[in-house]
Design a protein around this ligand. Structure first.
Ligand code: PDD
Length: 286
């Protein structure tokens, strides 16, 4: 059975959903997105994703879609009609279509395009990878300078995933000026003793919604958090490593560039944070 998706005010079967070939997200990657996870039929961290979407739009001088204030209802309706227990809701806003190709932004009367669809992922929180941990490689960070804006320019992260795959690994950590920025689609952390170390927020990384929640829970659980730069060498010497994102929650990393991290199995800090994150987020889900 085909999915029901949302396009500019309409709920449609996916095969009937259409946007213009002149849409600026297609021609210029002039669009922003959010991915919100669904557990037990409820949305995780919805408010954080809504607030970050608004920030991305503001940073790019992009109009809010008319339905901005209805986003929670639209998410819930898609989860309901597609019968999603565990999965993801993908949302994309683009600057719309002016009916031609032009580098300059179109006038204000060109309305943004709003698209949402669901991805069904039964057992999303019971991923086998969380029990074994994942393997990552390091690659140079070749993305643009405004990674704090969640744009659909994802070619380099896709290339990174392919480089990881070619190396027999699961993901890549990107490195700039000798320091880890983040994973291709997640924030990166190392653990030394009782201290969790992750890069500080700036334009260099996405301000992860899962990151914010996990750091809050870590502090509440009396763990030390240091937001600072770290290198690949420091990561290789760490006791543990992990990544966070809306689709993987807290995911242990057990190998970096072929070298085992800690005991080579998911560490106790990552395991505990995953449990706390899942428990607290399920409680707060909407
Ligand atoms: N990616 N850093 C990057 C580059 C990301 O693409 C993501 C999310 C994150 C984690 O952010 P959050 O915790 O808000 O999901 C960090 C999503 C899941 C994706 O592109 O599918």
């Amino acid at each position: 059975m085909s999915r029901t998706v949302y396009v500019n005010g309409e709920y449609l079967p996916e095969e009937d959903a259409k946007i213009s070939i002149f849409d600026r997200s297609f021609l210029m990657a002039d669009g922003v997105y959010e991915v919100t996870s669904v557990l037990d039929g409820k949305l995780i961290d919805f408010e954080g994703h809504r607030v970050r979407l608004e920030r991305s739009l503001n940073e790019l001088d992009m109009q809010k879609p008319e339905a901005f204030d209805d986003l929670l209802d639209i998410h819930r309706e898609l989860v309901r009609v597609n019968d999603i227990t565990d999965g993801l809701v993908y949302l994309q806003v683009s600057r719309g279509s002016a009916g031609d190709r032009d580098f300059a932004y179109p006038s204000e009367d060109v309305k943004p395009t709003l698209v949402l669809f669901t991805q069904n992922k039964p057992g999303l929180a019971d991923s086998p990878a969380a029990k074994t941990g994942i393997k990552v490689i390091s690659i140079e960070d070749q993305r643009w300078g405004r990674r704090d804006i969640k744009t659909v320019q994802l070619l380099y992260p896709s290339m990174g995933k392919m480089m990881a795959k070619a190396a027999g690994c699961d993901d890549a950590w990107m490195v700039e000026d000798g320091h880890v920025t983040e994973g291709t689609s997640n924030n990166a952390y190392i653990v030394k003793g009782n201290t969790i170390i992750t890069r500080q927020l700036s334009n260099d990384i996405l301000h992860g919604i899962t990151r914010a929640a996990v750091l809050r829970f870590a502090e509440e659980a009396q763990m030390q958090v240091e937001e600072r730069l770290f290198t690949i060498d420091e990561a290789k010497q760490a006791d543990e490593a992990f990544v966070t994102s809306a689709s993987t929650f807290v995911m242990p990393v057990v190998e970096l560039d072929g070298e085992t991290i800690g005991a080579g199995t998911p560490g106790s800090v990552a395991t505990r944070l995953r449990e706390i994150y899942l428990e607290e987020s399920r409680k707060a889900a909407v």
